[in-house]
Design a binder for this molecule. Sequence first.
Ligand code: KG4
Ligand code: ZN
Length: 339
Amino acid sequence: MIILGIETSCDETAVSVLKVNRNRFKILSHVIASQIKTHHKYGGVVPEVAARQHVTNMIPVLNTAMTKAKVLPKQITAITVTKGPGLITSLRVGVQTAKTLGLLWNKKIVALNHMEGHIYANWSKNPNIKLPALCLTVSGGHTELVLINKYSEYKLIGRTRDDAAGEAFDKVAKLLGLGYPGGPKIQALAKKGNPYKFEFPRPMMAHNNFDFSFSGLKTSILYLVKKKFTNKKIPISDICASFQQAVVDVLTNKTLIAANKLNVKSVLLAGGVAANIMLREELGKKIKLELSGVKYYYPPLHLCTDNAAMIAMAGYFHIISQDFTDWKKLDADPNWELV
Ligand code: KG4
Ligand code: ZN
């Protein structure tokens, strides 16, 4: 089976062609037109600018993905596309492209939740992940603990009450003048810093639930920079290292307690923040030490941040259940939550 994936929820125009053979995935093409350079100067994504660039990039990206994959439209089984959540005008470019191709090529469409795509990036090299699994989904817009009991059946265990983890990375980077996106920049500087130089709060870590909160952490960094370092050189690497340590401590501790309580067979990591090396490693170490028999998975780096292969992978599980979307009713849904 060959699946076309389309993703335009935020600032990446992405198209991928995926081949599936007996539940094993082979990515035939994985093309992304990134807008990072455009949005860098604003310190975040500007929706109108993002949508205009999706319109410009979509057809060339689609053309490159089909050419690289060496497939013809008649070989494609179905078209999968991100319907939400995300920026409405960005999402619409992908959705309208999927509808147009569906009509033109006479293909069925699967409209997908972006976060479901992030979760299924874990299946790229591991077709036999055992369920129930607990997934920590951490991106620019989401921070959630999701229990997967069956394919496409999810239960929300906890979520952020304010900023998402990726958003916290981006906001802290912005206030330190590091630009967008903040995650990779903070990670790089943190390598040179002392993670225990500043005792930043671990918000809600001791609370008896699985919710998160990151806005206070960002505020405490703002105060530190404004009060202590007004006329002094800001120790940016130490701040980055201490901030990253605080975020990783909260995320890994809560995930571990939830996985233990829910008695899951697997723990998964997903979303753009899953690209964070420290998070990937610390969670792995803690699972190995404290959760015997539980398997731990995280996606390869190129499938952590937004891409279309993950949409095609999630779409596969809908296709095999014949769970298609009526294209006449299909429109983008910017607020669509998975759970
Ligand atoms: O999943 P994603 O590409 O887009 C959304 O769905 O939001 O995630 C983007 C987020 C950004 O906030 C970015 O700063 C963060 O992922 N991110 C990272 C790293 N790479 C990307 N955060 C921490 N460490 C990283 N290495
Ligand atoms: Zn994403």
